[in-house]
Design a binder for this molecule. Structure first.
Ligand SMILES: [Zn+2]
Length: 353
């Protein structure tokens, strides 16, 4: 710096900002050096370096040019690392306020979707819902009695996979207020007093266990006693492997109970929703006086991937969807969820008169 001064008009250099800044910094260095020599522990070399850098940073902020090449690039450097906003200051949207349609990506509020009975307002995609929502859609004024809640699953076989079956059951009971994969409710749907059994996929994949079988059997007894029609809303992955043969026995048990309804000339309707697989579709899911389904529901015995790998052939488009099944004569009709209550009431009126 001092060598440079010799080649330039002195006054001009002395009055320039650069010169004053350079002197300042040199002064600081000297001060730091002296205090270091004097053994000042508060001004370690790293601290001096930091002082210099902060000064460069201030200069950058005020729009002046930094003194070193490092200072110039520090415009783009983050001096303080990490996220410094405290959790309390963070602005978050409440969880579950917005929802996105998996089919057409239409975004709307959960309230709007609920008002539309969980059917996408844009593309009519039917979102998966639980028994609470179906009961609300079907029963007049959302009034119904839940039956047979006291029957609970038991780990007869001491089955253990990743964790023991008993532990899995207890965890599901604690996590949800559902006691098993089917809930039975009795109430009025329009003018008909009827019993509705609805599966919850949330409870171990809506799997068919001994409790589901027993609840349906008792629901049939209730229907026989009250001369009430039965509707079962299916949503299941199939039999519950943790109960092995006990769950498979339910297929025969429920089928036998349903034949008692036929003998008593009481209607039974099966509504298949997305997804209905395995033992459900192989027994009572397809035994209704009317077998109906929601649009676009995946219904079958084995999944498409398993079938494709077994027959080593590509499957036709829309395979195992309700529209495909209707075309091939497995279903009586497809019903939009918005018209579900009205259609069920109409069908029952026709059957009972
Ligand atoms: Zn949609």
């Amino acid at each position: 710096m001092r060598d440079m001064i010799n080649f330039l008009p002195i006054d001009e250099v002395k009055n320039s900002d650069h010169f004053i800044r350079a002197l300042k910094i040199e002064n600081q260095w000297n001060k730091a050096k002296v205090s270091q020599e004097m053994g000042n522990p508060y001004l370690s070399p790293s601290k001096i370096c930091l002082m210099k850098r902060e000064e460069d940073f201030d200069a950058n902020l005020s729009g002046e040019e930094g003194t070193t090449e490092e200072a110039k690039t520090s415009w783009f450097k983050r001096i303080k690392k990490g996220i410094l906003t405290s959790t309390a200051e963070k602005k978050e949207t409440p969880e579950g306020l917005w929802t996105k349609c998996p089919s057409c990506n239409y975004i709307c509020t959960v309230t709007e979707l609920r008002e539309n009975v969980f059917v996408c307002p844009k593309c009519s995609f039917h979102h998966r819902i639980g028994s609470d929502e179906y009961f609300e859609i079907l029963f007049n004024d959302n009034k119904y009695d839940v039956l047979f809640e006291n029957i609970r699953s038991k780990d007869f076989l001491h089955f253990t996979d990743l964790k023991s079956y008993q532990k899995r059951l207890e965890e599901t009971w604690n996590k949800t207020d559902i006691t098993d994969s089917i809930r039975i409710a009795a109430g009025h749907v329009r003018e008909h007093h009827m019993v509705v059994g609805c599966m919850d996929f949330e409870f171990i994949g809506g799997s068919l266990g001994s409790v589901m079988g027993e609840r349906i059997a008792r629901a049939v007894d209730y229907c026989l006693l009250h001369k009430a029609p039965l509707l079962i809303i299916c949503k299941s992955g199939g039999a519950r492997m943790m109960e092995s043969a006990f769950s498979l026995m339910q297929l025969a048990k429920v089928s036998a109970k349903l034949s008692q309804l036929t003998d008593a000339r009481i209607p039974y309707i099966s509504l298949l929703t997305d997804p209905s697989f395995g033992g459900i579709s192989a027994s009572f899911g397809m035994l209704g006086d009317f077998n109906i389904a929601e649009p676009g529901a995946l219904i079958g015995f084995a999944g498409p991937r398993v079938i494709r790998e077994t027959i080593k052939k590509d499957l036709p488009e829309g395979f195992q969807r309700s529209e495909f099944l209707l075309e091939h004569g497995f279903l009586d009709f497809i019903v939009n969820r918005k018209e579900l209550k009205q259609k069920i009431a109409t069908v029952l009126t026709l059957l009972l008169n």
